[in-house]
Design a protein around this ligand. Sequence first.
Ligand SMILES: [Fe+2]
Length: 189
Amino acid sequence: MYPYVEYFDPEEIGYTDLMKQELLGVAKQVDAEGRYRQYVSLGGYTNQLEYFGLQKHTGIGADDFEITQRMRSLIQPQHKVEAAIYVKFAPRARIAPHVDDHLERSTCLTFPLAPEPPDFAPTLYFKSMDDIVKPCYIEEWENRPGALNTREVHAVFNNEHLRYSFQLCFRIPLKEFVELHRRGEMFRG
Ligand SMILES: [Fe+2]
């Protein structure tokens, strides 16, 4: 629910179940190959979220997979997709309440991959960093893509399941992202 999350109809944006299965295949393959890395925020904090994205030095990166390129292509070419990443939470992994400090992740278009709902752990939102006891909004993921506002305080406390998702990251704030979508100027469809 806006201002935290905005959902999109998979069919309307051109995202199919076959694409989801391909993404999950990549997520599992690169996990088996040990390619996920611990996420470190600009402030230097490490946390328990792991990701597979751009590989700067050696080896393969997310964009070497054809399905990653097809996911980028869901977006109209005038918009810059800052990053395409696979995100992993190990069982019981946690990321404490925070606001993302990477501005190129202001809006993260998120595609839940596994486990299936209702086992996919929710994203929790809080009114402010001074009020992180009780979430003001709990995003119970269903089987549909959603754009997350990472400029609001949020957290994930994973359950006993291995949790995989895929994200397209944008500098565009969620409000603007939603307006562009309403004008038919975000997705190719
Ligand atoms: Fe975040």
